[in-house]
Ligand binder design. Structure first.
Ligand code: NAD
Length: 259
């Protein structure tokens, strides 16, 4: 799969799935703009990308703040000399029974998981149009965007919302030559899952590690997912090979949720 000459921006690129995606895209020939809240983490990923022989640039931004997403895209275009794909990967988890969700909890996760993707779609499409070129927008949904999970109710709602935004944006932007798709991972062994497992332990009394193991036992292919597994789908969606696919939210979960 060749991404030679493409400039791709990844949010939440400092660790976990975002880092895995950035490295795979670089291996496949893309130059990457790395966006995250954590400056030190994206600097480290930049060095890894450069070691693969590709260009990288970093930009610290909070994806829930609209102007910061626009600024990140302007920065990527200026530093890397183009703009072809945006990957709206940044997101947070929230483990809580619905009975305990506060207005503050709700605002925070809506702003990051739905706001971040909304601004990324809007700003990415505006940039493609301004440049007079086609483009690709790729959003992070989840198995929890196809099925609501207990203790992850509001998180699941935000990932359903990402699917809705992906479908609507695909319809709105098709005539401009912009495709919009989402990837839906299952159980990926990142810091996000460390946090989910710890919160389940606090709330249910399950031993540490038990919730993660229970979820992994439910995977048909018999192992947890890696960021590289997710990146394999995202590099395809970033490539010209996916040009005829739009509005889809594709599951990559080793066999957990069947749609
Ligand atoms: P992670 O917590 O390991 O990494 C997320 C990264 O996003 C971090 O570097 C963090 O600093 C950054 N980030 C968080 N909020 C941000 C903000 N407001 N602005 C900019 N950057 C921000 O998470 P991960 O497991 O790598 O997950 C990445 C994406 O994949 C998320 O959208 C998540 O919901 C989704 N996902 C994860 C899993 C999983 O099992 N880990 C499964 C399905 C979907």
């Amino acid at each position: 799969m060749s991404l030679n000459g493409k400039v791709i921006l990844v949010t939440g690129a400092g660790q976990g799935i975002g880092r895995g995606i950035a490295l795979r895209l670089a291996r496949d020939g893309a130059d990457v703009a790395l966006v995250d809240l954590k400056a030190d983490k994206i600097e480290a990923v930049k060095a890894e990308v450069e070691a693969l022989g590709r260009k990288a640039t970093t930009f610290v931004a909070d994806v829930s703040v609209r102007e910061q997403v626009y600024a990140a895209i302007d920065h990527a275009e200026k530093e890397l000399g183009g703009f072809d794909v945006i990957i709206n990967n940044a997101g947070i988890a929230q483990v809580k029974p619905l009975a305990d969700v506060t207005p503050e909890d709700l605002q925070r996760i809506l702003h990051i998981n739905i706001g971040g993707v909304t601004w990324g779609i809007q700003a990415g499409a505006a940039k493609f149009k301004a440049r007079g070129q086609k483009g690709k927008i790729i959003n992070a949904s989840s198995i929890a965007g196809h099925e609501g999970f207990a203790m992850l109710g509001v998180y699941s709602a935000t990932k359903f919302a990402v699917r809705a935004l992906t479908q609507a944006a695909a319809k709105e932007y098709a005539s401009a030559g912009i495709t919009v798709n989402a990837y839906c991972p299952g159980v990926v062994g990142t810091d996000m899952w460390v946090e989910i497992d710890e919160r389940f332990a606090e709330l249910t009394g399950a031993p540490k590690g038990a919730t993660y193991e229970k979820f992994v036992e439910g995977i048909a292919l018999g192992r947890a997912q890696t960021p590289e597994d997710v990146a394999a789908l995202v590099t395809f969606l970033s490539s010209d090979d996916s040009d005829y696919i739009t509005g889809q939210a594709i599951l990559t979960d080793g066999g957990m949720v069947y749609r």
